[in-house]
Design a protein around this ligand. Structure first.
Ligand code: MN3
Length: 220
């Protein structure tokens, strides 16, 4: 993957020849499992990445066995063209693979706040960074059961929205700029039922350098 493909993630698996099995693989974490301590604990990272994300990859490959590999965004945008027998498995596991691949990249300890074009866009859509963060946090709390809270990009406009289960914004043709996993497996070991505390913590380790670069690439 080149730098642009890494940032947009749209090209995951694109470089692989057709009919390769398995087509999709678990991306390495871009940092050590304990890099986000004390906000996200190492044990949660190890299980979340090594077990949960790995299972989505394995089940996606199983569902797609023998079919040509294609970029994840195309796979999810084209879900309706898949046979009934595998559509739900691809929706759930392809979504799980896409969502987590993006999630790991958007975390890290870098700039504490967005800069440049992204900062301007956040100001335009939400007022200011504090209002944006308050809305992201509050919206994350509204997800009932397992799901994600997203910042999406649709024709240049930023929006905060949620999805159930592993549904990706790509299913409805929108680009995810960032997503926060609010499944209990993302926080239960350290925060138990306290999702609000987890959301506050995870928002302190958003990698605004990566997210800013992604915004620039996606808004081209
Ligand atoms: Mn998860």
């Amino acid at each position: 993957m080149n730098r642009r493909e890494l940032i947009t993630l749209g090209a995951l698996a694109a470089a692989l020849p057709a009919q390769t099995t398995p087509a999709y693989s678990l991306p390495k974490l871009p940092y050590a499992a304990d890099a986000l301590e004390p906000f996200i604990d190492a044990r949660t990272m190890e299980i979340h990445h090594g077990k949960h994300h790995q299972a989505y990859v394995d089940n996606l490959n199983k569902a797609l066995a023998g079919r040509p590999a294609q970029p994840l965004d195309q796979l999810l945008k084209g879900l309706s063209s898949l046979p009934d027998s595998i559509r739900n498995a691809v929706r759930n596991n392809g979504g799980g693979h896409a969502n987590h691949s993006l999630f790991w990249q958007t975390l890290g300890k870098g700039s504490p706040a967005p800069k440049g074009k992204l900062a301007t866009a956040i100001g335009k859509s939400f007022g200011d960074q504090a209002k944006f963060e308050a809305k992201l946090h509050a919206t994350g709390l509204t997800v009932f059961g397992s799901g994600w809270v997203w910042v999406t990009l649709d024709k240049g406009a930023l929006a905060i929205e949620t999805s159930p289960n592993q549904d990706s914004p790509w299913l409805v043709g929108k680009n995810p700029l960032l997503g926060i996993d609010v499944w209990e497996h993302a926080y239960y070991l350290k925060y138990q039922n306290r999702r609000a505390e987890y959301l506050t913590a995870v928002m302190k380790v958003l990698n605004w350098d990566f997210i800013g670069e992604r915004y620039t690439e996606l808004s081209k």
